[in-house]
Design a protein around this ligand. Structure first.
Ligand code: SF4
Ligand code: SF4
Length: 669
């Protein structure tokens, strides 16, 4: 006898019709709710992007289907992938059975689910049924018992997980009743249903009772499916639809480039995000797409430091705003839907270091930093609400050209005693060395700048600096929301660059590097820009630099966020250190992509948020845990923050914080 699927066995015709009516209703409710929600997202500024569809679909396959970011963690990876693929396969299996019967058999007299194909079909579906039960049990176990701080176990999550578990279990029971009643010769291929059916028979349940139980379970299972469709978007289940949409529409902009504001457009009344409708449709979708996995929260240095900032909450607050103001948004009262200050506190916004750890961790590609900076823009540009010390730094950068407010004529003091060539005299050089404000005025970073001169000289490089013509590029002010100051500094610096001829800009500051490389093209000026770690590593590799001295030193390297996560530069600074004989490089527990911020980015270096314990001290402890006596950095902000942590912890004797240029220059002696 050829094995076959006896679809709708024991199901009366009226029940079959009821199935279509009830499930059709469930799907109609789901589509209606999705339509209404989409209209809310579209109340935002601008449009959703559909460009490069192939690339967007590729990202959906990578992040939503293969779930590469979720799989980074073993437990949640196994759990989530099991549940995801179980439901995908069970959905396909059910759809196939329905199509096979209602279209194949009834309309064309062709049956697909028979023979060997049917046996494989049963085997695969039973495998995924078990996978679904295991995955959902793991999820419930973790949320309800050993839940990490980053996860919540809300009423919605509990309802979702139990509904799904009951759905899979009732499907299994349905199959088991059928197998117990019919006992077809091929029943062992449905191994899970077969095992349960043996148990039912062992209980002595008779054929009529099996049929009755089968019909009752079928009606329950079908109705539950319809109910799940109807409440799909009201439960965390919604991420199954919203997350792939978010991944599809997420931006292709470089990680290190903020979206510029059009300050020339006089029709724009609001800069930044104050009202919920000031967000873009994608930012509104972000709020709905969040899976509440809390990975961003666990990676956030500001959250670790006990500040009011929790990136997960920022994103969920967007969803709260959409829910709270749904009636106003639907009726067009879009001027009365405040988000910043009303729902999201300025204290939380000011605590962000823009380190992008949240963005890197988010499995559904949510862009927390863009939204945070947009809300800061509103506070700064529309309300003039800036933390006091930060406001001082901005005023000084505007007036004096550097955030410390030093006299312009003192910008070359760091080079006293060195014969550093100026662009204004040479007009032309292979390398324009951008010293930056820290290099010019911060005592520790001045040593880095002097070390760079030693390196240029040792390698015989044709270089020059801008001297007093250099002014702060104010990338920190941009991240703090002051786009006016940033754009003004940008136009001024581009005008200076345009005066001279050079091939490459080299800078030892990752923030300057990032803005020249990724943001200046927004203003029509592209340059060949290299961070000093890349430049030095190449000079060493190509033999222009030959370290003569062996340094017997254990060094741990701290990744700057603006070098690593922003620009994927991890190997060059390490390569430069490894080129020195005797250097032993030890990695910290969090390094490279998962490296912890020093706490200085996003303008944090210019003002104080209450932190307990401070981020820089957390990071220094991680560095000291390696046992290395030297912490190497490749960023003036990191050097400042980690040196200050060493001082406040009173460990300057035990650990030295040094820029990589200083270490390489020392080895040249
Ligand atoms: S960018 Fe860094 S500090 Fe800001 S929210 Fe994300 S993880 Fe936290
Ligand atoms: S924003 Fe992303 S990482 Fe954070 S909780 Fe939501 S889905 Fe998870």
């Amino acid at each position: 006898m050829t094995p076959f699927r006896d679809t709708y066995w024991n199901i009366p015709h009226w029940a079959e019709i009821l199935l279509y009516v009830v499930q059709g209703l469930g799907v109609a409710i789901l589509i209606g709710k999705l339509y209404l929600r989409t209209r809310l997202w579209l109340k935002g500024q601008g449009k959703l992007s559909f460009d490069q569809p192939g690339k967007r679909i590729g990202r959906v396959l990578r992040f939503a289907v293969a779930q590469v970011r979720i799989a980074r963690e073993q437990y949640s990876g196994i759990m989530h992938l099991s549940v995801f693929f179980a439901f995908v396969m069970l959905f396909i299996g059910t759809a196939l059975a329905t199509v096979d019967y209602d279209i194949g058999v009834l309309l064309f007299d062709v049956k697909l689910l028979q023979g060997d194909f049917y046996l494989i079909y049963e085997l695969v579906l039973d495998f995924f049924t078990v996978a679904g039960i295991v995955g959902l049990s793991l999820a419930l176990l973790r949320r309800a018992t050993f839940r990490p701080d980053r996860l919540t176990y809300s009423f919605g999550f509990a309802v979702m997980l139990w509904l799904l578990l009951i759905e899979v279990l009732s499907g299994l029971l349905l199959e088991s009743f059928r197998l117990a009643a019919l006992q077809p010769p091929w029943q062992t291929w449905s191994f899970a249903g077969y095992a349960v059916s043996r148990g039912l028979l062992a209980l002595g349940i008779g054929p009529r009772s099996l049929e009755t139980a089968h019909l009752a379970t079928w009606i329950f299972h079908s109705s539950l499916t319809a109910f799940i469709y109807a409440v799909f978007l009201d439960l965390p289940l919604k991420h199954i639809i919203y997350s792939p949409l978010n991944i599809f529409f997420s931006s292709f902009r470089e990680a290190g480039a903020l979206a510029p504001l059009d300050l020339e457009d006089e029709t724009i009344e609001t800069f930044g995000v104050g009202q919920i409708t000031d967000l873009t449709p994608l930012q509104l979708l972000n709020g709905d797409a969040c899976t509440e996995c809390g990975r961003c929260q666990a990676a956030c240095p500001a959250y670790m430091a006990g500040t009011p900032l929790n990136p997960k909450q920022i994103i969920l607050d967007i969803q709260t705003g959409l829910n709270r103001y749904t009636p106003q948004l639907r009726s067009g009262q879009v001027g009365d839907v405040p988000l910043t200050r009303e729902i999201i506190s300025p204290e939380a916004l000011w605590a962000c270091t823009t380190c992008q750890a949240c963005v890197f961790e988010c499995p559904v590609l949510i862009g927390h930093v863009d939204s945070i900076v947009d809300m800061r823009r509103y506070l700064v540009l529309m309300e003039g609400d800036v933390p006091e010390l930060l406001a001082t730094a901005m005023t000084q950068a505007e007036r004096a050209g550097d955030p410390w407010g030093n006299p312009r004529g003192s910008r070359m003091d760091w080079a006293e005693g060195l014969n550093v060539p100026l662009m204004s005299e040479k007009k032309k050089a292979d390398v324009l060395y951008w010293v930056g404000c820290a290099g010019a005025y911060d005592p520790e970073s001045q040593k880095t700048a002097r070390a760079m001169i030693k390196i240029f000289e040792a390698a015989g490089i044709d270089y020059a600096v801008l001297g007093d013509e250099e002014r702060c590029n104010c990338e920190w002010a941009r991240r703090a929301g002051n786009e006016y100051l940033y754009q003004e500094a940008t136009h001024s610096n581009i005008a200076v660059f345009d005066r001279y001829e050079f091939k490459t800009i080299v800078t030892h500051c990752p923030h300057c590097f990032n803005t020249f490389k990724n943001e200046y093209p927004q203003f029509g000026s592209s340059y060949d820009v290299e961070h000093h770690s890349t430049y030095i590593a190449r000079l060493l590799r190509e033999g222009y630099l030959k370290p003569a001295k062996r340094l017997e030193r254990a060094i741990t390297f701290h990744d700057s966020c603006y070098l690593g996560r922003y620009n994927s530069l991890y190997d060059d600074p390490r390569g430069a250190l490894k080129a020195i004989e005797g250097v032993r490089l030890i990695e910290m527990s969090r390094s490279r992509e998962t490296g912890l911020c020093c706490g200085g980015g996003g303008a944090q270096v210019w003002f104080e948020t209450h932190q307990e314990p401070p981020v820089n001290e957390i990071r220094l402890e991680e560095a000291m845990a390696t046992g290395a006596g030297t912490v190497a950095a490749a960023c003036p902000f990191c050097t400042i923050m980690l040196s200050s942590a060493a001082q406040s912890k009173g460990v300057t004797e035990e650990v030295a914080v040094r820029d990589i240029a200083l270490i390489v220059a020392e080895a040249l002696d």
